[in-house]
Design a protein around this ligand. Sequence first.
Ligand code: SF4
Length: 436
Amino acid sequence: MSFMGLLLVEVIMSVEEPEGGYSLEDTVAFAKLAEGYIDILHLRAADGDLSHPTGFNLRPNTTPYIHYTEAVKASGVKMVVETAGGYLDLAQCEKVIASGHTDLIAMARSWISNPDFGTKAYQGKGEDVVPCIKCNKCHVDKLYGPYLSVCSVNPLIGLEHKIYDMIPLKTESKKIAVIGGGPSGMEAALVAAERGHKVTLYEKSNTLGGQLKHADYASFKWPLRDFKNYLVRQVNKVNIDVQLGIEATPEMICTENYDAVFTAMGSTPIIPKISGVAGKNVIFAENVFGNEAALDENVVVIGGGEIGVETGMHLAETGHKVVVLELQDKLAADATAIHYREMFEAAWQKLKKFSYILNARCTEISDSEVKYVNAEGIEHKIEAGSVVLAVDTRAKQAEALKYYGTANQFFMVGDCQTAANVQQCMRSAFAAASRL
Ligand code: SF4
């Protein structure tokens, strides 16, 4: 029995199953049979991971699953057909709808990162859409505490029920200094400026972006690059005094009589205790990006966490032969488990010049090779003219605390408190700046 006319009936289904299951042709046949019984047919990719694509398996402004809806529509069915798969860019959405290959576009993450996505779409404010970085952390419950949902780019998600208690009313306009133009510094500056404070943002390099600037280089980090560019765009749009190329000192902040100072100075890589680690052929992962050509053809990356693997993948994509040494028994163990790590793994497995060794403890670095001990305690060596360190980072807490007392209020945000990912940087910056 159809409820058409009374309420809409939508069927959501994978358009095909992995090998051995039903096919696109079967779905087309189903659509014909369902004609008159359902109003909307929402077609998803073959499995859950693929329906939540990441930078690893989605290229900017591509439409990986549009051929599914195109095939169903070409069969002549009259029901509304809907596609899904990483859509966010408003211009791209317009183009896809105009193509006639789908009637609707389903989105979830775009609305998590932008609860006002509909308003922005209606008003044509594509440049203000906050890019979802496709990290899929919003799918992971309990990892971040039992009471909260998380979104890497939207610090308010999951807090809607208490937001008015969390954010006090502004009582006076203050003079604010933010030190560090990475994601947490930019977010603190934006929130403070939006609350009507007079903000000066100091960044010692000549560009904003901090650690996110690395996303300009790796092919699969484009969602993060888009997010960084969005933050920079917003900072330049609102009334923030951006001081590039200026290393703020505690004395300078003191002299300027700021009401509050935010330290967002980030973290610094840790140097592991390995013989030869101070060699000229050893480089930190953060210094690889933009300097790829200076590295030898054979590279060993020490540290197989998310950053080490991404750096190794980027080097493999730029022509280097890369071996990642990981102390634990799993590569990229810190990557988001749901709808992310599998796509990450599929991407590194595709790279012919990328390999890794687990349970490997590096013992010595020389100009031309790296020695390591495996799980059985047996020593091996690998040819390597360049060695990349991706072990861990140290929060620049001591550096940040030098500004304590230079203004009436002092805040540490982002990973100068403790090692933090984008989600933690954004949340700590928002939480501090929204209390001004
Ligand atoms: S948590 Fe990540 S994937 Fe989910 S909506 Fe936010 S930015 Fe996008």
